[in-house]
Design a protein around this ligand. Structure first.
Ligand code: C5P
Length: 404
């Protein structure tokens, strides 16, 4: 899949630079043409000789080659590349990228890059967790940079935490997934109708209070964007979230409670080719909603009686016809695979996306997710990725099952 692809491998100055040699080798073995650009500090960690031997090309670090005066054009490099991956991306390189501080060849090339850019950050856990780094990461994500989140584990400092650069094999998986997404034509889902449920539901106790959950809606919104980008007409039924829809082919229906989501979903899903149930629906609601605000009485605290909400995915699953593909999510704490498979069956779905609460960075309110995608005949485990990339993996799986 990487045959003939032009990839810029940027290396900045961190201990994890030693892993870049393995990454480079995997990329070259997969058929890619790789141009290495290393920062001056990067050269303190790995030598250009190793990298040029592996890539079969001179390594670029400075704006000029000192003895010949040859100028390296960051603009030409930016245009040449099909993809730029910076691994490791240090806190300093990330900060420079986020702020356009073009004081080395790597950052000038980044600013000239027309194609997709990915970074695999690597740093000590406190540097990664620092608000400044996290702010810069958010900025880069908003700028369209794909962040391959660092893994948990022992760091060069011998401290244990999040900050290890993702393993080269997993980075290559993300790169392959990017090209796979890119190969899927823009209009490959043209004419298909898709319904997605997203976000939390709010179950009213009285006019000012509710029972809810921490779902941000990010996963469902990312799936909606991905389907729309591939040409589908999307209806996004969403609970209260602070997200905006970007693509014009997404019709947003905002609801508040599980019952409202249920009404809309059971009407919409039967008309669709695909339905994705990504909402975190409250399992229970107060039996009654007080007409007025419940006062703080001097006596006993009020007891709120709860009743069960309908299972929206299961109700739609019952109405499913041949050819329709329905997708559910499972967030499990134990016996993950077995429980997820049971839900796939019980709710009459075709795909179950399993996220385990054991994985840091997966699940509610994060920008990343680590999932296993389960179908009747297969199980695919993916590394921690941005929700945008997870959405692409989910849509790829749906497309694989759709029979035109
Ligand atoms: O049974 P559980 O809540 O673990 O199932 C999760 C899946 O079912 C998710 O896809 C979720 O959106 C969906 N669901 C639903 N309505 C409910 C509860 C869950 O659609 N009331």
């Amino acid at each position: 899949m990487l045959k003939g692809k032009h990839i810029i491998l940027g290396i900045s100055g961190g201990i994890a630079a030693y892993k870049s040699a393995a990454l480079l080798r995997l990329l070259v073995k997969a058929g890619a043409e790789v141009q290495v650009i290393i920062t001056p500090n990067g050269k303190e960690f790995i030598t250009p000789v190793t990298l040029s031997a592996l890539s079969g090309k001179p390594v670029i670090s400075e704006f000029f080659t000192a003895n010949s005066g040859e100028w390296h054009s960051h603009v030409d490099l930016g245009l040449w590349a099909d993809l730029m991956i910076i691994a490791p991306a240090t806190a300093s390189t990330i900060a420079k990228m986020a702020n356009g501080v073009a004081d080395n060849m790597l950052i000038t090339t980044y600013l000239s890059a027309k194609e997709h850019v990915m970074i695999a950050p690597a740093m000590d856990l406190d540097m990664w967790a620092h608000p400044s780094t996290q702010r810069n990461i958010r900025t880069l994500e908003q700028d369209g940079v794909e962040v391959i989140s660092p893994a948990d584990g022992e760091l060069a400092s011998h401290l244990v935490g999040k900050g290890r650069m993702e393993e080269p094999e997993n980075i290559v998986k993300c790169i392959k997934a990017f090209f796979e997404r890119n190969n899927v034509s823009e209009a490959s889902l043209a004419g298909k109708k898709v319904m997605i449920t997203a976000g939390p539901t709010y179950e009213k106790i009285d006019p000012v209070r509710f029972i809810g959950n921490f779902s941000s809606g990010k996963m469902g919104f990312a799936i909606a964007e991905e389907f729309a980008q591939r040409g589908a007409d999307v209806t996004l039924v969403t609970g209260p979230v602070s997200l905006d829809v970007k693509h014009p082919r997404i019709k947003r229906i905002s609801i508040e409670s599980a019952l409202e989501m249920y009404e809309t979903a059971v009407q919409t899903a039967p008309e669709c080719d695909v339905a994705v149930f990504a909402a975190a629906v409250a399992d229970y609601r107060p039996e009654t909603c007080n007409q007025t605000k419940i006062k703080r009485e001097k006596g006993e605290a009020p007891v709120i009686k709860l009743v069960k909400n309908p299972d929206i995915a299961a109700a739609c699953g019952k109405l499913k016809k041949d050819g329709q593909i329905f997708v559910g999510f499972a967030l499990e704490t134990d016996n993950e695979l077995a429980n997820a498979r049971e839900k796939l069956d019980k709710k009459n779905l075709d795909i179950m996306v399993l996220n385990s609460l054991r994985d840091a960075g997966a699940g509610f309110a994060t920008d990343t997710n680590k999932v296993t995608i389960i179908t009747e005949n297969s199980e695919m485990q993916f590394p921690l990725k941005s929700k945008v990339c997870v959405a692409a993996d989910i849509v790829n799986t749906v497309q694989g099952l759709l029979t035109h």
